[in-house]
Design a protein around this ligand. Structure first.
Ligand code: DLL
Length: 430
């Protein structure tokens, strides 16, 4: 998978490769997984009816609940002994979802992750500081094997012990930092508090993903760490990190690796495919995953696909910045919004630190939103009211929502060590 010529295939060649792989994987899933036998039969389709890529829309979606219902190994398409690695989602809302990989799947994964890291600016020989969590989460090990495959020296630091992270970053001379964007920010802040300047040293590239983030946060991370921050995307059900990556040249959307995945965007309400370029829910089919093939997986992630050529020369479609997940969307008094839209407004305000939490409550007959933000330094008496009014009016102007703003002193919003918790939804808990 880590062959540069695969990144510049002509669109015709990509389509031919996809069709060939799609036929094989759909047959494999149907022949070996009860769930697909049942769901294809219910939709009245058989793998033989797949004659062109366009025929895929006749096949049913797979949703997270299908994976849960198969817990633990019901979605495997190979004998369990051939599965040599297991990962699982945290399972905060019910049973975890288990994902399995054959030896060949792990080869593909590390190849795609090596490709993603290289695309994002990592180079063979770099020291790569990997602060993605190791364990059942796919971030740590996925990035680890990708870095080794690329020929980097990988430091498997995992998340947490932030002071130690800073010592290691500095002493080892890491050129690349891998972390969630919110944890990267935490690292930047602790370094500043400790009087360690990470700018101007070896550190040059940050490859950040696993949660939604904004262009404003990218600018903040570029500036405070003295790096170029690049977006990387993936999800455990489909592979883990390495499904798509921005290129360091353009940093304008994530190249989705179409030789291994087929991407669609659908209307989340009707489930109908949308014309290329329109925003909706991303649906992914795996083309090269044998332990657990996934056909038309509804990711819940909201984005659009960009077919415009990228100036880096790669031919794969770009998945534009993921604004949020369907299930993270807040609906407050009829206004639909994602936490990342609020982040974008907050980070443009002067004196506001990039740490925030959104508290949603049900008061009387109404849902209310309270934004807890932090100032960058101490604020003079009376200053808090001014800041709060300024934010309120910008949220109202940009997003059309009246909210409450609580301005907290520096350090009072909880810091992230992995995926940040942005929303405290207290509805139904009063
Ligand atoms: O977060 C895999 C990963 C690890 C990606 C490290 C990138 C870096 P899950 O824990 O299964 O897997 O969570 C997947 O996280 O459906 C998105 O909602 C969100 N997500 C991942 N990357 C991005 C990103 C890993 N770059 C879920 N931007 C996905 C926005 C992202 N959201």
């Amino acid at each position: 998978m880590f062959e540069p010529e695969l990144e510049v295939l002509s669109r015709d060649k990509i389509a031919a490769l996809q069709l060939d792989k799609l036929k094989r994987i759909v047959h494999h899933a149907h022949a070996n997984v009860d769930h697909y036998k049942r769901s294809f039969a219910a939709a009245g389709v058989t793998p033989d009816q797949l004659e062109s890529l366009e025929d895929l829309v006749r096949f049913p979606f797979t949703v997270k609940n299908d994976l849960r219902e198969g817990y633990p190994f019901g979605m495997f398409a190979v004998p369990r002994e051939e599965v040599i690695r297991l990962h699982a989602s945290s399972g905060t809302t019910g049973k975890p979802t288990v994902v399995g990989y054959t030896r060949e799947d792990l080869e593909v994964w590390s190849g795609l992750m090596a490709r993603s890291l290289a695309c994002a600016g990592a180079r063979p020989g770099d020291i790569v500081h990997n602060a993605y969590g190791y364990g059942l989460f796919t971030g740590g090990l996925g990035a680890h094997y990708g870095g080794e495959r690329l020929g980097c020296t990988v430091t498997p630091v995992s998340g947490g012990f932030t002071e130690r992270q800073i010592v290691l970053l500095k002493d080892f001379g890491a050129r690349v930092l891998l972390a969630t964007p919110s944890y990267a920010l935490n690292i930047a802040e602790v370094a500043e508090q400790e009087g360690v300047d990470l700018r101007g040293g070896a550190l040059s590239v940050g490859i950040f993903g696993a949660e939604p983030w904004s262009e404003s946060l990218r600018r903040e991370l570029d500036e405070r760490l003295g790096i170029r921050a690049v977006d990387i995307y993936g999800l455990s059900e489909i592979l883990g990190p390495g499904v798509a990556s921005e290129c360091i040249e353009a940093r304008d959307g994530l190249h989705g690796w179409e030789d291994c995945f087929l991407f669609e965007v659908i209307d989340p309400e009707s489930g109908q495919p949308l014309p290329l370029g329109e925003a909706g829910e991303l649906v992914i089919t795996t083309l090269a995953k044998w332990a657990q093939p996934v056909i038309r997986y509804r990711t819940r992630d909201i984005t659009r696909l960009n077919p415009e050529p990228c100036r880096c020369g790669r031919s794969h479609l770009r998945i534009m910045r993921i604004t949020g997940r369907n299930d993270d969307m807040l609906i407050i008094r009829g206004v639909n919004l994602y936490p990342s839209q609020i982040e974008a407004v907050l980070l443009e305000r002067p004196n506001i630190a990039p740490h925030y939490q959104l508290v949603v409550q049900h008061e009387g007959t109404m849902d209310t939103l309270t934004i807890e933000v932090e100032t960058k330094g101490e604020v003079a008496a009376g200053g808090h009211d001014k800041i709060s009014a300024d934010i309120q009016s910008h949220i109202k102007g940009r997003l059309g929502l009246t909210c409450r703003v609580i301005v907290l002193p520096p350090g009072d919003v909880p810091r992230s060590q992995g995926k940040a918790v942005r929303v405290r939804d207290l509805r139904g808990k009063a």
